[in-house]
Design a protein around this ligand. Sequence first.
Ligand SMILES: Nc1ncnc2c1ncn2[C@@H]1O[C@H](COP(=O)(O)OP(=O)(O)OP(=O)(O)O)[C@@H](O)[C@H]1O
Ligand SMILES: [Mg+2]
Length: 241
Amino acid sequence: MDNKIIRLENIVRIYQIGEVKVQALKGITYSLEYSEFLAIMGPSGSGKSTLMNILGLLDRPTSGKYYLEGTDVSKLSRDEMAMIRNRKIGFVFQNFNLLSRTSALENVELPMVYSHLNGKDAKEKAMEALASVGLKGWEHHRTNQLSGGQMQRVAIARALVNDPSLILADEPTGNLDSKTGAEIMDIFCRLNQERKITLIMVTHDPVIASYAKRRLYLKDGLIVGEEINQEAGQQPSAEGG
Ligand SMILES: Nc1ncnc2c1ncn2[C@@H]1O[C@H](COP(=O)(O)OP(=O)(O)OP(=O)(O)O)[C@@H](O)[C@H]1O
Ligand SMILES: [Mg+2]
């Protein structure tokens, strides 16, 4: 039994546009244990989103192997990728990616369309997920009537509702002010600590990254460093109020 949730072996991703080849990932080897909270940092163009797309089974490596919960997922068909993605992975994006004229509840019910749950059970799970991110009472509001922080909470509830093993978040606080960003990070820390969900987050912001226990640095498609922060999960002290 593989005790790592993720094992990457020499992952390369080359984008080809006409004659031009861009080597976005040049050989990433990395393992992550269950229940970790990892922040991925690095300059623009270093390959962070490319790596997240591969981790999220939205894209396949050009070469290399990716084991997710012990299964080699690097050569699956698109349908097989979609099936595993829907069951095991929740996504949170910078732009929230919600259906805008649709209620918070309907947005959260969406990933359960392919599950075996009946409508009533799906609704109950969605209500629970919304309550767990502090949105009890907001279920029937349309998402375009919500604040940015509330929209990101809806997106987190949607990511949670299929009980994923892994949540991937690409710049989840990029469109939020620092106070709202801190609230979102408190939710992530709680999910990580209480529900043991493995979290991988891309961020440019060192304050946001300091919530994660591990920080991985990418540069030019390669891992150039890793830091472990033993005090992670506790809120960074608020300097200057
Ligand atoms: N779909 C694509 N087609 C061609 N090239 C791409 C594509 N996506 C990314 N790239 C290239 O791959 C490299 C890595 O891009 P990536 O988006 O992974 O960087 P990033 O670290 O997420 O940057 P940012 O911080 O700006 O979001 C860049 O050189 C980029 O131009
Ligand atoms: Mg990116």
